[in-house]
Design a protein. Sequence first.
Length: 420
Amino acid sequence: MTQKTFPLSVERLEELARLYPTPFHLYDESAIRKNVRRLKDAFAWNPGFREYFAVKATPNPYLMKILKGQGFGMDCSSLPELLLCEKIGVTGESVMFTSNDTPAEEFAKAKEMEANINLDDISHIPFLEKACGLPELVCCRWNPGPLKGGNAIIGKPEEAKYGFTREQLVEGYRLLKEKGVKRFGIHTMVASNELNPQYFIDTAEILFDLMLEISRSVGIAFEFANIGGGIGIPYKPEQDAVDLERVGEGVRLSYDRHVAAGLAPFRLYTECGRMVTGPYGWLVARVRHIKRTYKTYVGLDACMANLMRPALYGAYHHISVPAKADRPADMLCDVTGSLCENNDKFAIDRRLPAVEPGDLLVIHDAGAHGHAMGFQYNGKLRSAELLLREDGSVVPIRRAETVEDYFATLDFEGLKTFQA
């Protein structure tokens, strides 16, 4: 079981909502830091361990700077994410560039930054060489196919668009060695939001098996193995968080067995995003309307532009009403937004305390893949992001978008002379 909490009192929340109009995302710095320490401790047995935060989960430079201060690297998959890293002073091998269908200019930028370049396909070897030359260090992503089961979000590995096959990986490393690459890494990631700790141990086991095989057949030594991310969070109260200590110990036992079998010692990397910030971010919204037709609808001033996961995946996010926490949840309702899309719903047939217009609702576990997945369909504007600092103060780390932002890419002057 996971207790769903919120770090502010009812009075403080109302005060904050007067200062920063809803909807907004709020993150808890202290809780994020505590969680970071737990992740690092679980893998402290490996001297070179490093977490590369998946920037796509929460691409805010303030949060990234906090994580940088904790020794994290950054996992990027696009040019803007690389540029975000530059702006907070994260470059070189502190950056993992894991992309797919990658344009030449993004490879060039990653190489310019001396980032770890993680190739997604064997055809990217000549493509990278032609675009900007092969770097000294190259990593390749393995897709284990039917050897490893996937899950509901990322799908079956053999149906996923990511990574090399086993045979392509052997050929790819041999080709890279022939072309003069001196340093090597390897990567895999085959699940997303997975809660079974054994899944990650098993993934490490088959990856380490492959490393040993390739090391012997190709004659290379791996400097690091990136076992990916995908560690889930307990979105539902009845779920338990992943036992990081069990994962760390299970991976350690596999590591020790493989090193004893002849695999050269290597640094272990992860690239978690969701489990780092997800439980410590909330979407705060205000009830705008109550509609009663064939069902009861609680309409918020937030919509799926602020949190897409329920509409996209049918994902569960816990919803609480802080000012009515002691009241019975006897109101059966759908919690909706204002988009002209019928799937713009945060919850379906959810029981809440009886709410009314003006009440503040808190949508939990919105600290990853929340604001980051925002969009402007239907003219909706992305919300502000706020940070609860360790000293109890709250600071804005991203302002809300304005109508001027929405129109900024349109040329209204040119419209005056446009002939229709």
